[in-house]
Design a binder for this molecule. Structure first.
Ligand code: M6R
Length: 607
């Protein structure tokens, strides 16, 4: 996830681009840059936040009335001046910024290198600039079109050339792109808030579309070249809402970003047959076969993601796997050996307890793999191998989309380890891959049922206590649902395995006490229904999360939140979504500060 800007008009482009990038900084902030044309192309870019770019522009000013800009969230190559966008071709005549991932960039880069190309960065973006320059034959639009034809992935790219001044060509393939229409000037951006203070008239560019931007406006076409009559959308959001992309809170925005987070985290890593490519994971098959155990360590929501990982690894790899809270593991004097892989999971990569546990595992001789969202974070630098989630910056303290990306990362890892150990055959790998590729659509469908979660929120918003139950993977989801609810709604909630209820907590179930049950694991379905009946017998109110094909549950539950039917192993990906929405709506109804709940911090860098 990165932020993209473009401007064509009578004004000096630089300040407009930088101002837009500042408003897009939430999309990424490890480096930023701009390029403008005035006869030739001039680029300024700097590692770090946008203030660094501003300082550079003060020292080395530039001017021109056509320009493109970018604020980066690293995916290929560490955050650095060299890897910052924009990127040019070797002649400096073509310049590109891009958001997302070119999945086949390595093979394209190899082909270019074999033909003599020299690269100055580690990015996939620079490859685009090279290809566009090679394809150019007097028509920038055609050159971009030919480039898109050879690129695979989910991305948005914006291109400018000194050969065709006064014009920007952009393409959207999944990653967002909007055009802002001014009076004799036109803007391009990843998101409406970047330029909402300059215009209220927008065109939304859809997937597989191309847009040609001049000061006179914008022409939208399919990638193949058919012109599209795109209606102009007039936006009347206030500025606070605009910052959140039209949502009332970052948390809700981030919940709704989850389908594209799944797409991005899978991009370029998972073939249809289940073959997995993990760019920063270096261990070989012999090492994987030598493993006796997997440890997973993390805190909070990341720990809950680890609970899912533990269950998947046990089931898919038939390998002993233990998830431990990092703050417990670091003082538990655990017996971790060299034939044991430790996986530390952390959105921020800066959680003090997780770092300490990871170090301790490393010192015990265990290889350390980090699953983290932040390129260049302390955890990523310490780890032997890194599997980056690609959720983009998460602003809301309550983690949602980062959790989602952690789940996807662990499915990928299970496939990678399972194929090496021979516990995942081609048929199973293909089934899991197929299911994962269908997840964005399944999450979209689940999100569409948001009104049901609002009704369920009405039912529990005044409760004193809420209980979450489930078995196996459903128990792991129950844990996350409970944490989400308590951290933003301040309602007391507790999660437990469904079978545990009768061993004590049942004493607390009286008339109307809400019990949220997750029911996606068919092998233990009847067992969980028994717990549901125990609750019903005491007057408890049942809210169930269940497949849309599950007719039985309607006989037992007061309210059912539906998810699409899917393989049980993958169900957590969809099942968590109604619980995130439920927590969000309860907190909203109770009037809380959702994005910054009391007493909490986004990154816990103290013990
Ligand atoms: O950055 P991390 O993933 O290491 O953070 C760990 C926890 O502090 C974090 O998941 C916390 O539990 C969230 N606020 C929960 O929504």
């Amino acid at each position: 996830m990165c932020g993209i800007m473009g401007y064509v008009g009578p004004q000096d482009a630089g300040p407009i681009l930088v101002d837009g990038l500042r408003r897009l900084e939430y999309r990424g902030y490890d480096s930023a840059g701009i390029a403008v044309t005035n006869g030739s192309i001039h680029v300024r870019k700097a590692q770090g936040k946008i203030v660094n770019l501003e300082a550079l522009l003060k020292r080395e000013p530039l001017s021109g009335s056509v320009g493109i800009g970018h604020t980066r969230w690293a995916t290929h190559g560490a955050p650095s001046d060299a890897n910052a966008h924009p990127h040019t071709d070797p002649t400096g005549e073509f310049v590109v910024v891009h958001n997302g991932i070119i999945e086949n960039y390595q093979s394209l880069k190899d082909q270019l290198a074999a033909a003599g190309a020299v690269f100055t960065s580690e990015t996939d973006t620079e490859v685009l600039a090279h290809i566009i320059a090679r394809e150019y034959d007097g028509d920038l639009v055609e050159a971009v079109r030919s480039t898109v034809a050879v690129c695979e992935g989910a991305y948005a790219m914006v291109v400018m050339s000194k050969k065709e001044p006064g014009k920007i060509v952009a393409v959207r393939k999944i990653s967002p792109l909007v055009v802002g229409l001014g009076d004799g000037e036109t803007y391009l951006a990843s998101d409406i808030p970047a330029v909402l203070h300059r215009t209220r008239d927008f065109m939304i560019i859809e997937d597989d579309e191309m847009v040609i931007v001049t000061s006179e406006g914008a022409t939208v076409k399919t990638i193949e070249g058919t012109e599209i009559d795109r209606e102009v959308l007039h936006i009347d959001w206030d500025s606070a809402r605009a910052e959140k992309g039209g949502y009332d809170h970052f948390m809700l925005k981030e919940i709704y970003e989850q389908p594209s987070v799944v797409t991005e985290t899978l991009a370029g890593r998972l073939d249809e047959d289940g073959t997995v490519w993990l760019e920063d994971v270096a261990f070989d098959d012999d090492y994987v076969r030598s493993l006796d155990r997997v440890w997973i360590t993390a805190c909070g929501t990341a720990f809950h993601a680890g609970l899912i990982g533990q269950e998947i690894f046990r089931r898919v790899l038939r390998l002993p796997s233990n998830v431990e809270y990092a703050h417990e593991l670091r003082y538990a004097d655990p017996i971790i050996g060299p034939n044991e892989l430790t996986i530390a999971i952390s959105q921020s990569g800066e959680t003090a307890d997780t770092l300490a546990a990871a170090r301790q595992a490393g010192e015990s001789g265990s290889r350390m793999l980090a699953i983290t969202n932040v390129v260049g974070s302390t955890l990523s630098r310490y780890a032997d191998d890194v599997l980056y989630t690609r959720a983009g910056p998460e602003i809301s303290v309550a983690s949602t989309k980062a959790y989602m990306a952690m789940l996807i990362a662990q499915y990928l890892l299970a496939l990678r380890l399972g194929s090496a150990r021979g516990t995942v055959d081609k048929e199973l790998a293909t089934r899991i891959a197929h299911g994962l590729h269908r997840m964005p659509a399944a999450i979209e469908k689940t999100l569409a049922a948001e009104p049901d979660t609002i009704r369920a929120a009405e039912e529990i918003k005044d409760a004193d206590d809420v209980y979450f139950i489930g078995r196996g993977l459903d128990y792991a989801i129950a844990m996350e649902g409970s944490l989400k609810l308590k951290e933003i709604s301040y309602l007391h909630s507790e999660a437990m395995p469904a079978g545990e209820l009768k061993h004590g907590t049942l004493a607390l179930i009286t008339d109307g006490v809400p019990v949220i049950v997750i029911l996606t694991q068919r092998s233990v379905y009847d067992k969980t229904i028994s717990a549901v009946q125990e609750v019903k017998a005491r007057g408890g109110k049942i809210i169930a999360v269940a497949y849309d094909t599950d007719e039985e549950i309607a006989k037992h539950a007061d309210t059912v939140l539906r998810i699409p039917d899917m393989p049980d192993l993958l169900a957590p990906v969809a099942a968590v979504v109604p619980l995130q929405l439920l927590a969000y709506h309860v907190a909203r109804m109770r009037g809380h500060d959702i994005d910054q709940p009391r007493n909490l911090a986004k990154s816990v860098t103290v013990e």
